[in-house]
Write a protein that binds this ligand. Structure first.
Ligand code: SAM
Ligand code: SF4
Length: 335
């Protein structure tokens, strides 16, 4: 038996989020600059390397893989990676294979994703207004994403929406988006905006909207019941009694969720970030490339990295300035 991954605070690491590309067909204002410099191809893990890396994590006890980016579905050949990962679902070692996507390519890939064993997708969508959507994503077009969501549902995928809460941007859509999700049988999770990307440079986009405020407004329209459900991450859920749908709140900045953290993040270059709010990372690409036939070297490097997983993160909005501002972009660590 291989010993599972347990960090110094007795947290079992069972969830790996993998960024498979830093590229994207959108340029969301809170995530990227308009003129992004992307990484040279040789820096990226190849699809085969991603396979070896993820398979090693699965061997060490990771049960849930979330593929993200950048936009994961713009990585060339990514479907072969999904197809290949499905073997771990078949053995039962992997319990869930899923992805977070902007939805632009779902129309093309929904069926293939289902065939590879994916059953749920998170689609990021901050507004249902064409013009606002174009403004916040800079390059995105809403109808394409809506067609993607339809295709995902038609293929049998359960869709959850993720929306970044932005004051004076989508504040006025709280109820209409909730209703739209209820009509389309989708759960909805609101994410508190984190100090990354090009915030502040865009007119009236990117301002912090505390989810406690959002929740208060929601409670004026619906009966909220707190759910005990925990996913080991920063999300907390309520049920809306009137619609039966689940609404999530991801508040990495105002709540300390670190004690139950079960996850680590792999970038597309093979760096392992043990905590979203800390710069500390381990280079796993080197052992992967240096020892193509000695799997234990990669395992050793992974165990060593996990033994350095910090207790908690550094973000802090409660002070007037943002003290934990991250220098890297969200598209690098995958959100
Ligand atoms: N491109 C895919 C997408 O948009 O879903 C996957 C990658 S994206 C980096 C993952 C998630 O991070 C998205 O839901 C996005 O809204 C969120 N995100 C990006 N920048 C953020 C920020 N500064 N604060 C909070 N969430 C952010
Ligand atoms: Fe692309 Fe997702 Fe970042 Fe938007 S949030 S720019 S879709 S990676």
């Amino acid at each position: 038996m291989t010993a599972p991954l347990i960090d110094p605070f007795q947290r079992a690491i069972t969830y790996l989020r993998v960024s498979v590309t830093d590229r994207c067909d959108f340029r969301c204002v809170y995530c990227m600059a308009e003129n992004m410099q992307f990484l040279p191809k040789k820096e990226l893990l190849t699809l085969e390397e991603l396979d070896r890396m993820c398979s090693t994590f699965v061997k060490l006890g990771v049960e849930k893989l979330r593929i993200t980016g950048g936009e994961p579905l713009v990585r060339r050949g990514i479907m072969t990676f999904f197809q290949s990962m499905s073997r771990h679902l078949e053995t039962g070692a992997l319990k869930e294979l899923t992805l977070t996507t902007n939805g632009s390519q779902l129309e093309k890939y929904a069926k293939d994703l289902y065939a590879a064993g994916v059953r749920r997708v998170n689609v990021s969508l901050d507004t249902l207004d064409d013009e606002k959507f174009a403004r916040v994503t800079r390059w995105g077009r809403l109808p394409q994403v809506l067609r993607g969501i339809d295709a995902a549902k038609a293929a049998g995928l359960r869709v959850k929406l993720n929306a970044v809460a932005l004051k004076e941007f989508n504040e006025d859509e709280l109820i209409s988006m909730t209703q739209w999700c209820a009509e389309n049988d989708m759960d909805l999770t609101w994410i508190e905006v984190m100090p990354m990307g090009d915030l502040g440079n865009e007119d009236r986009i990117g301002q912090y909207w505390a989810l406690s405020e959002l929740r208060k407004t929601l409670a004026e329209h619906y009966t909220l019941t707190d759910l005990a459900e925990r996913t080991g991450g920063p999300a907390r859920y309520v049920k809306l009694e009137e619609t039966g749908q689940k609404i999530g709140f991801i508040t990495p900045l105002t709540h300390n969720f670190c004690e139950s953290c079960n996850r680590v993040r792999l970038t597309c270059t093979g760096e392992l970030f043990m905590c979203l709010g800390q710069e500390d990372n381990a280079d796993l690409r080197k052992p992967l490339r240096d020892f193509p036939n000695e799997e234990f070297q990669l395992e050793k490097a992974i165990r060593n990295a996990i033994s350095h997983k910090p207790k908690g993160h550094d973000f802090d909005y409660s002070r007037q300035s943002i003290s934990g501002q991250m220098t890297r972009h969200m598209s690098h660590t995958g959100g």
